[in-house]
Design a protein around this ligand. Structure first.
Ligand code: ZN
Length: 170
């Protein structure tokens, strides 16, 4: 999920941003040419959940028309600014699958060089709601470990989280 743009204008005064060309790796990547504000590009935080049951792990087929369209991903999404991360994970699961879940563990934190996203993955079991695909899913189903669609997963982090989950739950 790379960000498709670099910032061009100052969010404070609207002045044009100037790149520092990475000359000072510990400094900001941009300065505002008008007010001098240093501008950093912060990471983006997302949360996803491995919802497991006797039928297996719940995956959904992504409806959004981007690079992962039609691929299988974990339910999850953006953490809003000021939102508690586990609450965001539970919110995303109910929005995308209709299920209320109880988080059972923090599985891992996944990030990649040059990629702005930091993904926090929990495991969970369903404790209410009714399974139904939200607008962001073409399809939802549970996969037993031997059925997991390794060649059709949406993101590197999806595959890594599933491998980590299976290593802990053989
Ligand atoms: Zn400015």
């Amino acid at each position: 999920m790379p960000l498709p743009f670099t910032p061009r204008y100052c969010a404070w005064c609207g002045g044009a941003l100037v790149s520092t060309q990475g000359l000072n790796p510990s400094g900001p990547p941009f300065y505002c040419s008008a007010c001098g504000l240093p501008v950093y590009e912060d990471p983006k935080v997302a949360a996803a959940v491995i919802v497991h049951s006797s039928q297996g792990v719940l995956l959904l087929r992504r409806a959004q028309k981007d690079g992962a369209h039609g691929k299988w991903i974990l339910p999850g999404g953006h953490v809003d600014r000021g939102e508690v991360v586990p609450s965001a994970a539970q919110r995303e699961v109910v929005e995308e699958t209709g299920l209320l879940v109880e988080l059972t563990s923090l599985l891992g934190v996944y990030s990649y060089q040059g990629n702005p996203w930091v993904l926090v993955v929990y495991t969970a079991t369903a404790n209410g709601g009714r399974l139904s695909a939200g607008p962001e899913a073409l399809e939802i189903r549970a996969f037993a470990p031997e059925e997991l669609p390794w060649d059709e997963l949406g993101y590197e982090s999806t595959a890594q989280a599933l491998k980590d989950y299976l290593a802990l739950n053989p």
